[in-house]
Ligand binder design. Sequence first.
Ligand code: GTP
Ligand code: MG
Length: 219
Amino acid sequence: MKSIVLKFPVSQIKNDKDRQNGKLLFSKEVNFLKGVVDVEGLPKDDRVEICFAGRSNVGKSSLINALTFRKSLARSSNTPGRTQEINFFSLGNTNYLVDLPGYGYAQAPITKVKKWQQLLNVYLTGRVSLRRVFLLIDSRHGVKDLDDSIMMLLDQAAVTFQIVMTKTDKSNKIDLTKSLHKTRIALSNHPAAFPEILLTSSAKMSGIDALRSTIANIK
Ligand code: GTP
Ligand code: MG
């Protein structure tokens, strides 16, 4: 009987070495470097850089805190639109972790929203050292139109993105299976999609080790 190959499987830690590499990288010192509001403010692109993108309130800042064993390194909040700058965190002397403002947050003044949007687009498509975009999707809701438009932008710029489903502690098994299915269908149209999906909960610290290992494998 033919075995069914599942496209976009859930990412697992492959072996002990992978786990160790993740632990080792995230045992290094983490510091907030700067918040950037325009292209001129971007730091020199001389480190392995990964960023966290996604709709407002999806859990980007919380995920950075979970990864780095910190409670409030990146400011998180129940109020959408908490992160308003491109925040750079140095990890050891090799990596930058970048916390982005949420897209789709419309309650800010229109001129501000436009400025963020432009900066986000320039950053996401033009940053040479950006190795991978982790695109966060709320596990209760799956891919929305706005997510899809970011994926298209990244396809066009040939920037690899990997889906991280967040807040899995809040979704039951049936909903999670449904939104995973929807997400896999959406990803099949996107050549820049990394072929594995991560499932995480920052609240319960689940899937965080796998994400650490994934990041440590990005050179
Ligand atoms: P913006 O900066 O506004 O774009 O939001 P964000 O994507 O950085 O989200 P943030 O990390 O600020 O989290 C938004 C809300 O979701 C906060 O109230 C968090 O406590 C909550 N949250 C984040 N991750 C999780 C999770 O894994 N589980 C649960 N239950 N809540 C979470
Ligand atoms: Mg944030």
